[in-house]
Every structure is written in structure tokens, then in C-alpha cells.
Design a protein around this ligand. Structure first.
Ligand SMILES: Cc1cc2nc3c(=O)[nH]c(=O)nc-3n(C[C@H](O)[C@H](O)[C@H](O)COP(=O)(O)O)c2cc1C
Length: 185
């Protein structure tokens, strides 16, 4: 069982720490885990060129680090997404990743990625409402619907403005580990 974590936190901060603890829970339960720090990769935005939907093509025209990430997502049994709230929604790198998933859909919108994956989402924010993070969780679940992914849970925490503020929330980190374990069941 392979569990892939993708962190969209530029500063490798609170949301990434939640992803790391989800991965820890999965690893302790016997899974093979890997963390990808998306903001360390070079991934350009989808430009809507249509190459991925043209006859005989099955991937993106853009040659960058996304090629390797498509492979990692395809090979994973479960994928964990972690991102901060920026201005009431997920931050820009998370949108870049989602837009680039378009190349993993056939012209009839059936998936080009292997099915049956489980997903979990970890979101952190400052003083904004929990509702913003619930919306992000629901949005990722909806995107997963295109690929037949099964959403196993959303974990979030508020009032985390400082980079490592989540370290003062041991209960939340434990909850993340529990969520990680659930991905292996
Ligand atoms: C550009 C920017 C916009 C932000 N917008 C919000 C916001 O709308 N609501 C909120 O509660 N926190 C907001 N924050 C705070 C972050 O969501 C919060 O610090 C989060 O824990 C950062 O996650 P990270 O440590 O993984 O980077 C914003 C931070 C930045 C840098």
C-alpha cells in the first residue's frame, strides 16, 4: 500500500505538518509513504492548449516536473493533499496542480489515472472561518469524483498564523495520524 502526500505549503508549514502526521499514521500502520513538496517542483499552469485531448495523445504538452508527479499519483493507493487558506480559498499552487490534472482525463472525461484511490485533505488557516476549509475539502472531493477517488476525511485547524504553530496542537497531530491509519484500512 502506497500513500503519497502532496504539500502545497510554500513555507513547509502547518498544513504540511498535518500531511506529515497523516503519513506517519499510515506508515505506522504498515504503508509505504512519500511526501512531495509541490512548491519545490517546477510545475507550470495549464494553458488550455487541448494537446491532452487531441487524437493519439494521453498526457500534457508541458514538459516539467508534473510528468513525474502524474506517475506518483497513478502509483499511489491513497493521496493526501495539504494546503493553506489564502484569501478564503486554497492557495495558488493547489489550483495549478488541479488544473494540470485535466491532462489525466480522456476526451470523454473518463480518468487516465488508476482508480480506487483514497484521499484525505489537510487545511490550515489564520483567523478565517472553518467554513472556508470545509469548502476546500468539498472541492477536492468533487475533483476526486472525476477520478473515482474515495474521500476518507478532512482535517483542519484555525489560528495558525506562525509557521510552526500547529506543533502546539498535539491533539490535532494525533487526529492526523488517526486519519492516516484510516487510509490503510
Ligand atoms: C497570502 C496569504 C493569505 C492568507 N489568507 C488567509 C485567509 O483568507 N484566511 C485565514 O484564515 N488565513 C489566511 N492566511 C493565513 C494562512 O492560511 C495560515 O497561516 C496557514 O496556517 C498557513 O499554512 P502553512 O503554514 O502551511 O503555509 C493567509 C496567509 C497568506 C500568506
Amino acid at each position: 500500500m502506497k500513500v503519497l502526500g502532496i504539500s502545497f505549503s510554500y513555507r513547509h508549514g502547518n498544513s504540511q505538518a498535518l500531511v506529515e502526521h497523516i503519513l506517519k499514521g499510515a506508515k505506522d500502520a504498515g504503508a509505504e509513504t512519500e511526501l512531495v513538496r509541490f512548491c519545490d517542483l517546477e510545475v507550470k499552469n495549464c494553458k488550455g492548449c487541448g494537446f491532452c485531448k487531441s487524437p493519439g495523445k494521453d498526457t500534457c504538452s508541458i514538459k516539467d516536473d508534473m510528468a513525474d508527479l502524474y506517475k506518483k499519483v497513478n502509483d499511489a493507493d491513497a493521496v493526501v493533499f495539504g494546503m493553506p487558506v489564502y484569501f478564503g480559498r486554497m492557495n495558488a499552487p493547489a489550483y495549478t496542480f488541479i488544473d494540470r490534472l485535466y491532462a489525466m482525463l480522456n476526451p470523454d472525461f473518463s480518468p487516465r489515472l488508476s482508480g480506487g484511490k483514497k484521499t484525505a485533505v489537510a487545511v490550515t488557516c489564520g483567523t478565517g472561518p472553518a467554513e472556508d476549509m470545509e469548502k476546500i475539502g468539498a472541492y477536492i472531493s468533487a475533483i476526486g469524483g472525476f477520478f473515482g477517488w474515495e474521500s476518507k476525511g478532512l482535517i483542519y485547524e484555525r489560528n495558525l498564523l506562525e509557521k510552526d504553530a500547529i506543533q502546539k496542537c498535539p491533539d490535532k497531530l494525533k487526529e492526523a495520524e488517526k486519519l492516516g491509519k484510516s487510509l490503510t484500512e
